[in-house]
Design a protein around this ligand. Structure first.
Ligand code: ADP
Ligand code: ZN
Length: 620
């Protein structure tokens, strides 16, 4: 059955710990073995027939004599023009390499299998560094620290092949796709660009929050153009060995050049391309790595046929040098999807899941403001898992609701609550719910009310916006304030002023925020007028109002209080007048825990349906 429902569940993150242990054991064995060999005097015999050792300055001096050079990590081996083999520890230096290469020598860079050869020498050092690194990482709370630094030792992880992903697999970001069609054209046929003398794109920076589909889009470009896709992550380029990042950049660009036309994707490019300001202990190494990246990109000619796509969620952190013409000079911002985008993404991923016919993805899109494409995919996945657990044959509306609430509000709390607290919560939520129905034609329609505790909330009333909000009318703000304070109002009406609880904390905060913004920023209060009064907020502390005299600040405070007082008085009035209905709502909530918007509407005014109210709003 599991298979029936979920055709394509995401695989869980692999756990690295077992192979890490094995690796450690292997390294340890190597150290021990090495110690024995050394005692046998094996090292001496090796050196007799070995290559001559050159110092770095020897290499610099005798650059013209070098015939071949193979570089592994920071060790260069090869032949001199007279045939002698040499070995030298060098520091990376593009000018040196150029000088050597310009004499006709072949220089090859090999980072793919280097470290094995130097196990004996390096292992004790590396292990020591590992431990320091590990401890540092551990202190900083990164459980993945060790595996990270190990990856640093391995050859750069490169995903390759021609991806089958195409633009069809990317939903909801059509204008971004449109901007990148040209890149596909270039990869397909670069001569077309050269023919008209168009400047050829080189680097594109995709910026956007995690999960907005940057990697997906890059893969799709390669897929559309039918060219190989190489991917690396900026964090791969920072290792514990100085110079490794530079070598890896070279390696990956070498590979890209051999496979051009192709697309090179560098995720988390901020890891190498950060502004050069903070002084950390591997800052210099990172700077060299960044320089190498820039050198490589500057070296592209129109014939190179490589497109580099960098991804970041912090474009503001990037070194401006990266963004200069000829580098990542084109920026495409990928925003979190809007309502239509979310619907498209949901529809795309829903194809992988078998669902009941009545599941309304449009409604789900309305109720998932702020979620990324990856979140939405995850949501559908969670729904499918829930369906399996619940023994459903198809994913049902309930499964999706549960997954959504879990994602947005946290998992259900199995909390022992006193009966009277549950009762109070039911009346509190009934208060919110009732006032919501009163303002159904102004505010967002009510989606559901529940007394199932989740996260920090004991219960909640959810609303579903009709469309993405850009602004709110004064009427809407007034309605929302009344809805917000209605929970507390209901507590007071049904349980008395001395029984009110702290459960309304977030409601009050929300009403206050709404009032404050409307008054100080949107000019919606005639007492204050059309003046923008910014109020800077630091962590925890509120600074005094800016651009305002003390007197104005007082007026603002009084206005906010008046708005909230008015809202509260209105809520009390409305709820008192409809005591019986509110009680009915609360009792139904106690009996059923959750009521849908439709059910609430039916209890409140059996004649008016929710859909009618919704249509009315939609017409506005
Ligand atoms: P990013 O690189 O921006 O962090 P990814 O490209 O890795 O995001 O997105 C993760 C997954 O989320 C994708 O593999 C895809 O399944 C899903 N996803 C994200 N955005 C979209 C989208 N616009 N259309 C379809 N799927 C998406
Ligand atoms: Zn409340």
């Amino acid at each position: 059955m599991e298979k029936n429902i979920i055709k394509n569940l995401k695989k869980n993150k692999k756990t690295n710990s077992s192979w890490l242990l094995m690796l450690f054991a292997a390294l340890f064995a190597a150290v021990v073995a090495n110690a024995f060999i050394a005692h046998d005097g094996g090292k001496d015999t090796v050196q007799v027939s070995g290559p001559v050792e050159l110092t770095f300055s020897d290499v610099l001096r005798r650059a013209s004599e070098i015939q071949t050079m193979n570089i592994r990590d920071d060790v260069a081996t090869g032949k001199l023009s007279d045939g002698t083999k040499y070995r030298a520890v060098i520091t990376y230096n593009p000018e040196l390499l150029e000088k050597i290469a310009s004499n006709g020598a072949t220089v090859s860079i090999d980072t793919s299998k280097g470290w094995v050869d130097y196990l004996g020498t390096w292992v004790p050092i590396i292990m020591g560094l590992f431990f320091i690194w590990w401890i540092f990482r551990g202190l900083r709370g990164g459980a993945g620290g060790l595996s990270r630094s190990l990856i640093g030792q391995n050859p750069t992880k490169i995903m390759t092949g021609k991806p089958k992903t195409t633009f069809k697999d990317v939903a909801g970001i059509d204008s971004e796709k449109q901007e990148l069609v040209e890149v596909v054209d270039f990869l397909r046929d670069k001569s077309k660009f050269a023919a008209v003398g168009a400047r050829v794109p080189r680097g594109i920076l995709l910026s956007g929050e995690p999960g907005t589909g940057k990697t997906l889009l890059a893969r799709a470009i390669a897929g559309e153009a039918n060219v190989p896709f190489f991917a690396a992550s900026g964090s791969d380029f920072s290792g514990i060995i100085v110079g490794l990042g530079v070598a890896k950049i070279k390696e990956i660009f070498e590979m890209a050049k051999r496979n051009a036309p192709c697309l090179l994707f560098i995720d988390e490019i901020d890891a190498i391309g950060q502004k050069r300001s903070q002084t950390s202990f591997n800052d210099q190494d990172r700077e060299q790595t960044l320089n190498q990246l820039l050198i490589e990109m500057d070296g592209f000619s129109n014939e190179t046929g490589i497109i580099v796509i960098g991804a970041t969620n912090r474009p503001d952190m990037l070194d401006p040098a990266l963004l200069r013409p000829g580098r990542f000079d084109r920026q495409v911002q990928i925003d979190l999807p809007d309502m239509a985008g979310r619907k498209a993404i949901l529809e795309l991923h829903a194809k992988k899941i078998k669902m009941e016919k009545d599941v309304d993805l449009g409604e789900l899109a309305r109720g998932t403001t702020g979620l990324s494409g990856a979140d939405l995919e995850n949501l559908l996945n969670e729904s499918a898992l829930h369906a399996v657990r619940a023994g459903h044959k198809l994913v049902a509306h309930d499964d999706i609701e549960e997954a959504r609430d879990k994602l947005l509000m946290g998992p259900r709390k199995i909390r022992k609550m006193r009966a009277e607290d549950i009762k109070l919560t039911a009346y509190h939520e009934a208060g919110h719910a009732f006032i919501s129905t009163v303002y159904a034609d102004v505010a967002d329609p009510i989606h559901k009310a529940t007394i199932i505790p989740r996260g920090r909330a004991l219960g909640m009333v959810q609303h579903l916006p009709i469309d993405d909000k850009v602004s709110m009318s004064l009427a809407e703000i007034r309605a929302n304030m009344r809805i917000a304070v209605a929970g507390r109002a209901a507590e007071e009406i049904f349980f008395g002023a001395d029984k009110i609880t702290t459960g309304a904390e977030s409601d009050i905060a929300m009403a206050t925020r709404l009032a404050r913004r409307s008054i100080t920023m949107a000019g919606l209060s005639d007492k204050v007028g059309l003046v923008a009064i910014n109020q800077a907020q630091t962590f925890g502390a509120r600074l005094p109002l800016e651009n305002a005299s003390e007197k104005t600040a007082e007026i603002v405070d009084r206005e906010i209080k008046k708005w909230i007082d008015d809202a509260y008085a209105d809520a009390v009035k409305i709820l008192t007048k409809n005591r019986a209905t509110v009680k009915k709502l609360a009792e139904e909530l106690l009996a059923r825990e959750t009521l849908t918007g439709e059910e609430i509407m039916k209890i409140v005014s059996p004649k008016k349906s929710l859909t009618k109210a919704r249509k009315k709003v939609a017409k506005k």
